[in-house]
Design a protein around this ligand. Structure first.
Ligand code: AHR
Length: 506
């Protein structure tokens, strides 16, 4: 948690870091990814058979190697909106017998050449756990149970045997399963009312947990601030004993929320992810409210929030049906830095967060036929995943604040938007890591940094010539520079930059 005192722009900012105030563990799953059958994410992104850069499975080796640098713990699949008409059986077995189908979320053709076994193998090669999203549109409960059995079944049963027949003897043990995706959205095939969704999700959860009590089920929320979130939590978070007498395990383990932010103006763009912070706080309260209203015993585990789609995305400038390929700027990289600061500050409530998406589609990583490009937004993600682990620790920032318009507009009324956005962590290696995003377009801030222990401080800086700098014009205009600081007195946080300070705790 980072607390804030607002100063005038003329006063000198101070950041105080308290390494001994360990607040909550940072779940490594906040650095998770997402791959959807959309645009060039799967085909031409992670799967590109025939390309000299691909291996014998058709997996792009350069993509796998790059993603390994991010140490991604979990990858969500196969969507997104795509899941609403996806029948997983189309994507298993001999490739020449798999049907091509019309695809209705992004209006293409799904060849099914990449399916469950390919994805799960790819995850194993990446070293990440899979997270599968069930079809709540045209799918049935039978089909969902069959998918769980195919992936996890150990007995002599039909779908476990089908997996064996398809070449995989041991179960995949897929732990994370989503009860649909954005089922509230008008763009969704079989859009549902909150009442209809909550009823169905609860009933499916019973059957799925009876089939495999070890799975983690994730309820489909909205953005955390909607009556949908309240209603679905209230209906589905029930005392465990009332739900599965024969096998009492909690039915719902996590509540999912999504948020994409964007503005063509730098400051509304860079501050927009603070809306995610308020959304997490509200969702967290709704979880508690449902538990209180439904009389859930304090002994029962408290569901966490699964922020399983987040990013900077303007769907008008990067349309979904055209592949949603964003050309990210430095401003967007700073926004991604603020998103990640939010996730570190709110680590107490977050069980997972998945950047949407991992390759080509609104992604920090792009492919061409002959290589990859790391976008501006790659670098904050890379720094956070490398260093912002362990514990969230207490920090206090005193500085001036941006006071103009925000996106969404409601953000202005509910949160401060300081020039310096800060999170702090204490790693298991005993190092303190502090990220400071200076969103100001023209002003460097000479800042008193308190709480730094004697030794040298390693400094990583992400910046560029101006907020419109991009890596998508044939050269890398935004990357990471490493330097050192003696840790004494004040540090100057440059205009439009993200800085990570790292020192050994006393
Ligand atoms: O990530 C792109 C799309 O955004 C996903 O398919 C959907 O869930 C969201 O609306």
């Amino acid at each position: 948690m980072t607390t804030f005192t607002k100063l005038s722009d003329e006063e000198t900012p101070t950041i105080s870091v308290h390494a001994s105030r360990r607040l909550s563990k940072i779940n490594p799953n906040i650095y998770s990814g997402f791959t959807e059958h959309m645009g060039r994410c799967i085909y031409g992104g992670i799967y590109d058979p025939g390309n000299p850069l691909s291996d014998e499975n058709g997996f792009r080796k350069d993509v796998l190697e790059a993603l390994k640098e991010l140490n991604i713990p979990v990858v969500r699949y196969p969507g997104g909106n795509f899941t609403a008409t996806y029948h997983w059986l189309d994507g298993v077995g001999p490739k020449d017998q798999r049907p091509a189908r019309p695809e209705l979320a992004w209006l293409g053709t799904e060849t099914n050449q990449f399916g469950t076994d390919e994805f799960l193998k790819w995850c194993e090669m990446l070293g990440a756990e899979p997270y599968l999203c069930l079809n709540f549109g045209t799918g049935t409960l039978d089909e969902a149970m069959a998918w769980v059995e195919y992936c996890n079944g150990t007995g002599n049963t039909y779908y476990a045997n089908l997996r064996r027949k398809n070449g995989r003897e041991k179960p995949y043990n897929v732990k994370y399963w989503a009860l649909g995706n954005e089922t509230w959205g008008p763009w969704q095939i079989e859009q549902m009312t909150k009442e209809a969704y909550a009823h169905k999700a609860y009933q499916w959860a019973k059957a799925l947990k009876l089939l495999d009590p070890n799975i983690i089920l994730i309820l489909c929320g909205q953005d955390g601030t909607a009556s949908w979130d309240y209603y679905t939590l209230k209906h589905c978070l029930q005392p465990t004993k009332a739900t599965l007498n024969s096998n009492p395990v909690p039915l719902i383990d996590m509540h999912s929320i999504h948020m994409y932010t964007a503005s063509s103006k730098h400051l509304p763009n860079a501050t927009a992810p603070l809306a995610a912070e308020r959304a997490i706080e509200i969702t967290s309260s709704l979880i508690d409210l449902a538990r209180i209203e439904n009389g859930i015993s304090p002994d029962e585990p408290r569901p966490t929030i699964c922020f399983d789609e987040w990013n900077v995305w303007d769907p008008v400038r990067a349309e979904g049906s055209k592949g949603a390929e964003e050309s990210y700027t430095l401003s967007d990289a700073l926004a991604v830095g603020v998103f990640l600061n939010v996730f570190v500050r709110k680590s107490k409530d977050l069980g997972m967060a998945c950047i949407a998406q991992s390759v080509n589609v609104i992604s920090p990583l792009m492919t061409t036929r002959d290589g990859i490009v790391k976008q501006t937004t790659w670098w904050p993600l890379w720094l956070f995943s490398r260093f912002m682990r362990g514990w969230t620790i207490g920090a206090h920032v005193s500085c001036g604040a941006y006071e103009g318009e925000t996106s969404p507009a409601w953000l202005r009324g509910v949160k401060d938007t300081p020039w310096l956005d800060v999170s702090a962590a204490l790693g298991d290696d005993g190092f303190v890591n502090v990220v400071v995003v200076n969103i100001h377009e023209t002003k460097d801030f000479k800042t008193n940094v308190k709480g730094v222990s004697g030794g040298p401080v390693t400094v990583y800086t992400v910046t560029g010539a101006d907020v419109s700098a991009t890596n998508m014009k044939g050269k890398q205009e935004v990357g990471v520079q490493e330097s050192t600081w003696d840790g004494k007195g004040s540090y100057v946080f440059p205009k439009h930059s993200l800085t990570l300070l790292r020192w050994k705790a006393e």
